[in-house]
Ligand binder design. Structure first.
Ligand code: C5P
Length: 275
């Protein structure tokens, strides 16, 4: 069946854990991470057109490039097809934020264009960004290698959560560079549990090895973690600066988000749930 317009949500990626277990000769780091996805995201809309074009709008569009630096256009070019599409990216997630905004947008673009152009997905999508492979299947997954080795995990419990970004953009390469110990223990076995409290305790025993280096570069991240203190468990996602807190239930997540927003009206604060 041919379609002439497609809409996709690019959900925010959250690293519940992020262990750095080594470094390859080419400089890329080996990861062991439990990844899940929030119920919020950017939106990609596209329709058939003679040429390839990108427009960006939405509440967090400021500062997002509309030229070839944008992963959406790089994803479109990676098909190697001489085809056009008018693409609009509606930005609701902060960029350079550790929640895979660019990778999620790229993955949503790949899936949408495969449908619009009726083509198979390009190979080697990890070259677009380490989080692109996992963002192609937005569900809880264990991510290893440089982001390209994915495996299924037991179903996670309901995870009501709050996402907090103190509105500082953090570039990933300097954070990896600031990590002195590259060989660290891998993540433990993901437990099968139905209770968010039990799961939060397991998360607390795991790590995000990029959290301390990111805080050394951008100390405000610690303020975001402190603000999430009432949660069952709080940690930074990816290379920051977005932090998340897991909460007992939806109401407590909404209440915590409200409290943080009142204290920090300039921060990006969202009550959501992860799956
Ligand atoms: O792939 P992505 O664009 O997310 O990566 C940004 C940067 O983060 C890379 O250029 C690299 O410096 C670093 N990185 C890394 N090891 C990974 C993923 C990213 O060193 N597995």
């Amino acid at each position: 069946m041919t379609v002439n317009s497609v809409r996709r949500t690019a959900r925010a990626k959250v690293n519940l854990t992020l262990h750095v277990t080594g470094q390859r000769a080419d400089g890329y780091h080996l990861l062991d991470s439990l990844v899940c996805f929030a119920a919020i995201g950017d939106f990609i809309d596209m329709r058939e057109a003679d040429a390839l074009s990108l427009s960006v709008d939405g509440p967090l569009a400021a500062g997002v490039p509309t030229d070839e630096r944008n992963l959406v256009l790089q994803a479109a070019r990676s098909f190697g097809a001489d085809k056009g599409a008018a693409i609009n990216l509606s930005k609701h997630l902060p960029h350079a934020a550790g929640i895979g905004g660019g990778s999620a947008d790229a993955a949503a673009t790949l899936l949408a264009l495969a449908e619009l152009w009726d083509l198979p997905l390009p190979e080697d999508v990890v070259r677009l960004g380490a989080d692109v492979p996992v963002c192609l299947s937005p569900m809880a997954l264990r991510m290893r290698g440089v982001g390209d080795e994915l495996s299924v995990v037991p179903p996670l419990p309901e995870l009501p959560a709050v996402l907090v970004n103190p509105r500082v953009a953090v570039e990933t390469p300097p954070v990896f560079k600031a990590l002195t110990q590259k060989e660290n223990a891998p993540m433990g076995v993901v437990p099968e549990c139905a209770e968010v409290g039990v799961f939060a305790k397991w998360c607390a025993e795991q790590r995000n090895d990029l959290q301390a280096p990111a805080i050394s570069i951008e100390p405000t991240i610690q303020d975001a973690l402190d603000a999430l203190e009432p949660a069952l468990f709080a940690r930074m996602s990816g290379s920051g600066a977005t932090c998340f807190g897991l909460c007992e239930n939806t109401d407590s997540a909404k209440e915590l988000a409200k409290t943080i927003r009142a204290k920090h009206p300039d921060w990006w604060v969202v009550a959501t749930n992860f799956s």
